[in-house]
Design a protein around this ligand. Structure first.
Ligand code: 8X3
Length: 248
């Protein structure tokens, strides 16, 4: 075992994942950044004091197992990789989009968590952070496939916490609401910048990736016996999934 406490962050190439990698590095962790986009994670890892990049697709179980086998230590896992595809109603949504969202938001979390659980347990003080969403706690029109998948991520976290009770691993769920990042809405709308911009239109201050990373780092750095089960974080202008204050 190396001396440095080690945090693995999935989806660390941009947005909340990248911001979390920075915050955990600031908190003194050796950070392993994973994502599909090698150049991005390598560039960010080069900026941080004690970080490494490992290109990884969380939906590829064989690759995830090889990644786990390559690690000498893991104290914290941040299951951040995920995303939304489309806002189609249930009546007409493409099942392929639903499948892809389930793959990354649920099975991706399952793959990485299963693979790293032995190391997290062996650390004697492991932490799993599942980035769900307010979409994991209530639905909205057009949310269908994403909401279903994020409910899956929420249930995975809650079930795992029950099953690990008595073992030295905490399970923390962070459920962000409206966060303005470079890619979330753009990916959801398949590159349509006008539609992506509309999501945040008139909202004075949507959350930033840094705001969410801050809550993750806070939860992770509580004493080992303190488990923040679930932290819901929204901008002040958003009271629920369907009530958002927009300035004219
Ligand atoms: C993102 C929040 O409102 O787009 O996870 O579903 S929302």
């Amino acid at each position: 075992m190396t001396a440095a406490r080690t945090a693995v962050v999935t989806g660390a190439s941009s947005g909340i994942g990248a911001a979390t990698a920075r915050k955990l590095a600031e908190a003194g962790y050796r950070v392993i950044l994973t994502a599909r986009r090698k150049e991005r994670i390598e560039a960010l890892a080069a900026e941080l004091p004690h970080a490494e990049a490992y290109p990884l697709d969380v939906t590829d179980r064989a690759a995830v197992d090889a990644f786990a086998a390559s690690l000498d230590r893991c104290d914290v896992l941040v299951d951040n990789a995920g995303g939304a595809l489309g806002t189609d109603p249930v009546a007409t949504a493409d099942p392929a989009d639903w499948r892809a969202m389930y793959e990354v938001n649920v099975l991706g979390v399952l793959n990485v968590t299963q693979a790293l659980l032995p190391a997290l347990t062996a650390s004697g003080d492991g932490t799993v952070v599942v980035l769900s969403s307010t979409a994991g706690h209530g639905t909205y029109e057009g949310g269908g496939g994403y909401v279903a998948a994020k409910h899956g991520a929420h249930v995975l976290a809650e079930t795992l916490r029950l099953e690990l009770c008595g073992q030295p691993v905490r399970v923390i769920e962070i459920a962000p609401g409206m966060v303005k990042t470079d890619e979330f809405a753009l990916t959801r709308f398949r590159g349509d910048e006008a539609k992506a911009a509309k999501v945040y239109e008139g909202v004075a201050e949507p959350l930033t990736a840094d705001d969410v990373a801050d809550t993750i780092a806070w939860a992770v750095t509580r004493p080992a016996h303190v488990n923040i089960d679930l932290l819901v974080v929204r901008p002040r202008a958003q009271a629920s999934n369907t009530k958002v204050h927009r300035e004219a």
